[in-house]
Design a binder for this molecule. Structure first.
Ligand code: SDX
Length: 437
């Protein structure tokens, strides 16, 4: 709890000649925050911080990241170790329970995921009524939200059923994603198999065919596990903060996650992985001239930004991008796409940008989205499904953050303040006396 981390240090604030002392919170990794919970009561002032660039919303035991040093740890474990040694489900257990699972705990979770892999047959008819070009993220958000109608018992006393609720959602989001893809392609649905692992089952449901059985490639399965692990949590990013804020009004997990999916779909957030591939394909189609795109990204009069570059927190290389970049060559080879021109363009873009004053001055480096699409594309996943893949990976993190918020004894509904800058008090004017301003 926040009060456990109040240090002896104080911050001094002087307003209208009066000096106020504010407690300083120090986290387990040495991060410091000024505790302003009593600021308005004591000073009459609030703080303002558009985009919450300098504002913490909570303390959390789940993920630590250091943007200057390029560090990302889940529950104290380095992302590089987890991506190298774990399956996605192992990391999902870690995020939701706080420790790596024993073999029995992992087997129990895998068994639950297998048991929950189907969705209610009535839900399948929903797919028939979305417009053909409906964005997959809006379908996913709608379908996840509708789960609470099929499992109302999960919403009445959520924490009693947390493990079931969490496993049910992690398993079913995979089936919903695959089914929405098959429907969009006009292909028959492929149901999950009980003898397949989480990622293998997803690939099976996406790509198997009655006339051309899908052969699961071990390297592709390992790469998918790695990608989902790297996306699994990222402290209080836009979509996670959305899940917490919506959940703070005590709506159920499924509805809170549905809101997070909607936030993730934005091109400045999770939608960037799709924008990166579209940018690389455009450069390739135009003869590969990547330098002019770097110049466009620097031009303040041009709204174009180098998708997959820059980050609110990382002011050095995003550690996830480093791991994904290293995995690209192996997956491309496994998928028979060695020498993919888009990867060469991406590497050239990175090299030019990282030597350019504009990017250096602003600490703009490749982020998680810059290389991930190269791998998704090599696996055969269409670019309009890339952000859906981001949501599949981020789900265990959202669930862990929602539970931490729900469990917090100091927790209360999220309700930021504002500073009003509109017209001061005006006398009412009857409509017949009004003139156009
Ligand atoms: C994710 O928060 C998270 O943790 C998110 C995420 C997660 O795991 O949940 O890591 C996932 O969302 C990764 C980010 C994906 N988005 C993109 O790749 C879109 C392109 N990137 C940018 O739009 C931007 O970098 C953001 C949105 C990621 C961060 O924006 P900020 O922190 O608000 O920074 P800013 O927009 O104020 O930029 C600072 C400067 C500006 O220039 P000046 O006004 O100082 O002259 O850097 C420039 C920006 O114009 N800039 C870019 C740029 N990103 C920032 N210029 C060109 N290309 C870019 N990509």
């Amino acid at each position: 709890m926040l009060n456990d981390f109040i240090s002896d240090q104080k911050a001094e604030l002087k307003i209208d000649g009066k000096v106020y002392q504010l407690p300083i919170i120090i986290g387990t990794e040495g991060e410091k925050a000024i505790d302003i919970r009593k600021l308005r009561t004591e000073t009459g002032c609030i703080t303002i911080d558009s985009g919450y660039m300098n504002t913490g919303s909570c303390t959390s035991d789940i993920t630590f990241l250091d943007g200057e040093k390029g560090i990302l740890n889940y529950r104290g474990y380095a992302i590089e170790d987890l991506a190298k040694n774990c399956t996605f489900i192992e990391v999902a257990y870690l995020l939701d329970h706080g420790s790596l699972p024993t073999q029995k705990q992992l087997d129990d979770l895998a068994r639950m995921l297998t048991g929950f892999s189907m969705i209610h047959e009535d839900m399948i008819h929903f797919f028939d009524h979305f417009p053909p070009n409906a964005p997959p993220m809006s379908i996913l958000s709608s379908m996840v939200n509708s789960l609470c109608n099929f499992y109302p018992e999960m919403t009445e006393n959520p924490l009693e059923n947390f493990d079931l609720m969490s496993a049910r959602l992690i398993s079913k989001i995979r089936t919903i994603a695959a089914f929405s893809y098959r429907k969009s392609m006009g292909q028959p649905l492929v149901y999950p198999r009980h003898d397949y692992s989480y990622c293998t089952n997803f690939l099976h449901m996406m790509f198997d065919s009655p006339v051309n059985p899908y052969e699961v490639n071990h390297d592709v399965v390992m790469a998918l596990n790695k990608l989902l692990i790297l996306h699994a949590d990222h402290e209080q990013n836009c979509s996670t903060s959305t899940v917490r804020l919506v959940g703070s009004s005590r709506v159920n997990l499924y509805t809170s996650i549905s809101a997070g999916i909607s936030a993730l779909g934005g091109p400045l957030h999770g939608g960037a992985n799709q924008a990166v591939i579209e940018m690389l394909e455009e450069i390739h189609a135009n003869g590969g001239g990547y330098r002019k795109y770097v110049e466009r990204a620097k031009d303040r009069n041009d709204p174009f930004r180098l998708s997959g570059f820059g980050h609110r927190v990382y002011k050095s290389f995003d550690p996830r991008a480093r791991v994904i970049k290293a995995a690209c060559d192996q997956v491309l080879e496994a998928s028979g796409m060695s020498g993919d021109p888009l990867l060469e363009i991406a590497k050239n873009l990175e090299e030019v940008a990282l030597q350019d004053e504009y990017f250096i001055e602003r600490n703009l480096y490749p982020n998680v989205d810059f290389y991930s699409g190269i791998i998704y594309r090599a696996i055969g996943i269409p670019s309009n499904m890339f952000t859906v893949m981001f949501a599949l990976g981020r789900l265990p993190g959202w669930i862990a953050q929602w539970k931490e918020m729900w469990d917090d004894p100091d927790g209360r509904i999220g309700r930021p303040r504002q500073i009003y800058t509109g017209p001061t008090k005006r006398e009412f004017v009857p409509i017949q006396d009004r003139i156009e301003e």
